[in-house]
Each structure stands twice: as C-alpha cells, then as structure tokens.
Design a protein around this ligand. Sequence first.
Ligand SMILES: [Zn+2]
Length: 76
Amino acid sequence: MPLVTDYWPCPLCGKGSIEIMIKPSVMSAKRTACRAGRGTTLRKTKEQSFVVSDKCPVCGKSDEEIEKKWREEGLI
Ligand SMILES: [Zn+2]
C-alpha cells in the first residue's frame, strides 16, 4: 500500500507548509462462510494520515498542535 506524501498549509498560521503522510483507504472483499450460503462483505479501511513535519517552519507550532487542529476540523 503506497503512502502518499503531501504538503498542506499550516492550519494555525496558513503560511508554513506541513509535510503530511496519507495512507489511502482501501476496499477489501471479505468472504463470509455460513451454512445458508456464501456471501461477500466489503470492508473499507479508514484513511489514516499523520503529520511528518516536526513543527511549522513559520509559526513554530508543534506537529501535535497541527494534528490536533486538523482532527478538530475533520480533515484527518
Ligand atoms: Zn504555522
């Protein structure tokens, strides 16, 4: 599963670019076996993202603060 590296603007100052790693969500088919017959259920893994940069190069906010902000906004 390839990881995607991207650069997002800092959510706190809007100037610095923050390196982020995105692990895309994948659909996986899972066979279910039961006596009544056979079936396939689709499962979607959740997309996972995490901040790579240690801090914002412009405002100096830590990766924790940036990640928290993005999570609050529902971006990651
Ligand atoms: Zn910043």
